[in-house]
Design a protein around this ligand. Structure first.
Ligand code: NAP
Length: 283
């Protein structure tokens, strides 16, 4: 983090879940926070009692004018932003063929372009300070993909790639990037926040259909604790050498390690065919 002993955090999507838990923990720690939500009334209680160093702000990350206004208001009231947490996001259940264009575009607008637009609004201030930390909430689903959530995975794989490039670009300017990859956490993600296609194709019931159900069934008894996730994210940001990636929860660790094994097996099994594609005389 910056040398600033009372860093300024700017967090998106704080009405519920991980964003709310993180904003609460940051303020309990004595740090400053712009606590943003589409409806700022939903975060009034988070800010309450911390009005000297916290601000509730209206922010729909798909609204460019609101992004500019929120970043400006946060900086004016709290000082330069030290830590940006791009947390706002939602899921969408549909087999690829069942996907509805308006829902898919809305998903990318929030999970990818919203994150990009908020980041672009905050970066000039961080570059000027030559310090800062951008925390992008991706998902285990940004590393491994399953049926019924292909469009969601596509947004989180996009977040992974963008974040990795960003890290290479802003690292030399003193700005850290951390990609957070939670497994299943007990938030509204698989419950009230989840969207799904009205279109259902019978041929996918045994695959995507079954996984739609199992995803919805996790609601209320996911193993991940948002408060512990908040503590883990703060520890990563506070670390002398912050990680580029932070998996959260045992499910995330197990699935990510299995994914690495399966990638290695795939690549090494096909090694000879892979190598046959180069010009023979090229080093
Ligand atoms: P959540 O309880 O549903 O919270 C999502 C938050 O994002 C809400 O505050 C919601 O606000 C906000 N949001 C949605 N669209 C928005 C927009 N256009 N502009 C601003 N805010 C918006 O779920 P969560 O689990 O805490 O989700 C937080 C992040 O974690 C998401 O990026 C999600 O993909 C990721 N994640 C979650 C899990 C999990 O198992 N929970 C796992 C991996 C990754 P409203 O109240 O206004 O809708």
């Amino acid at each position: 983090m910056s040398a600033n002993t009372t860093p300024v955090w700017f967090i998106t999507g704080c009405s519920t879940g991980l964003g709310r838990a993180l904003a609460t923990a940051v303020l309990e720690r004595g740090w400053k926070a712009a606590v943003t939500a589409r409806d700022p009334r939903t975060v009034a209680d988070v800010v309450s009692g911390h009005e000297d160093r916290a601000l509730a702000l209206a922010l729909d990350v798909t609204d460019g004018a609101q992004i500019a206004a929120a970043v400006k208001a946060a900086t004016a009231a709290l000082g330069p932003i030290d830590v940006l947490v791009n947390n706002a996001g939602h899921g969408y259940l549909a087999a690829l063929e069942e996907g509805e264009e308006h829902q898919v575009r809305a998903l990318f607008d929030t999970n990818v372009f919203g994150l990009v637009d908020v980041t672009r609004a905050v970066l000039p201030g961080m570059r000027e300070q030559r310090s800062g930390h951008i925390v992008n909430i991706s998902s285990l689903g940004g590393l491994a993909a399953f049926g019924a959530t292909g469009y969601y995975h596509a947004t989180k794989f996009a977040v992974e790639g963008l974040s990795e490039s960003l890290a290479a670009e802003v690292g030399p300017l003193g700005i850290n990037v951390t990609i957070v990859e939670p497994g299943a956490f007990r938030t509204n993600w698989s419950g009230p926040s989840m969207r799904q296609s009205a279109t259902r194709i019978e041929d996918y019931e045994a695959t995507a259909g079954a996984r739609r159900k199992s995803t919805l069934d996790t609601y209320g008894h996911q193993p991940g604790d948002p408060e512990r996730a908040a503590a883990a994210i703060m520890a990563a940001v506070d670390a002398e050498n912050p990680p580029l990636r932070l998996l959260l929860g045992k499910v995330a660790l197990d699935v990510a390690l299995a994914r690495l094994d399966s990638l290695r097996t795939n690549f090494t099994t096909w090694r000879d065919v892979t190598l046959s594609a180069d010009y023979p005389d090229h080093d």
